[in-house]
Design a binder for this molecule. Sequence first.
Ligand SMILES: [Cu+2]
Length: 186
Amino acid sequence: MALIRGRSHYDPIIEDIMRTLRSAALGAAFAAFATLATFATGTAAGAHETRLGPLQIGHAWARATAGKAGAAYLEIRNGGGQPDKLVSAASPAAATVELHTHIRDGDVMRMRKVPAIDLAPGKEVKLAPGGLHVMLIGLKAPLKAGDRFPLTLTFDKAGSVTLEVEVQPVAASAPPAHQHHHQHRH
Ligand SMILES: [Cu+2]
């Protein structure tokens, strides 16, 4: 600081940089607030699609379970110009949540934990039965058709978002094409 003070003709430049930094910080804070506000509105409306920066996350669903393990599925579209990745997931419904894929091992399909799910720019990644999925381990209660539970997804660049997962009957292999929920069972 002593050096900067000594060269007073640079002060206007420093001032300008400080102003830019301050407005950038304000801008970031506002963007974060706007994201939260958008999400809150989306939840209230029961949105089937969630936006997080350049990411569009489609209808999240899970199959009903009899036991303490389950899986959640969803679609993520990266509409941005930069790659991102899903690095973790968490839910109050399960003790442990992991990112998994299925690999063929002889005649058997086995699940494998993956460190992250890559999201290439302009591409959509589907988490679906038989492939990539969000593994729910140690469910606090079996998932019943009609239930909903929160799932928080954390991305390398885009940050985190919490969405609602809808539990579908055991026989379901895909989310319903377009289903509205006017009734809620409690
Ligand atoms: Cu799994």
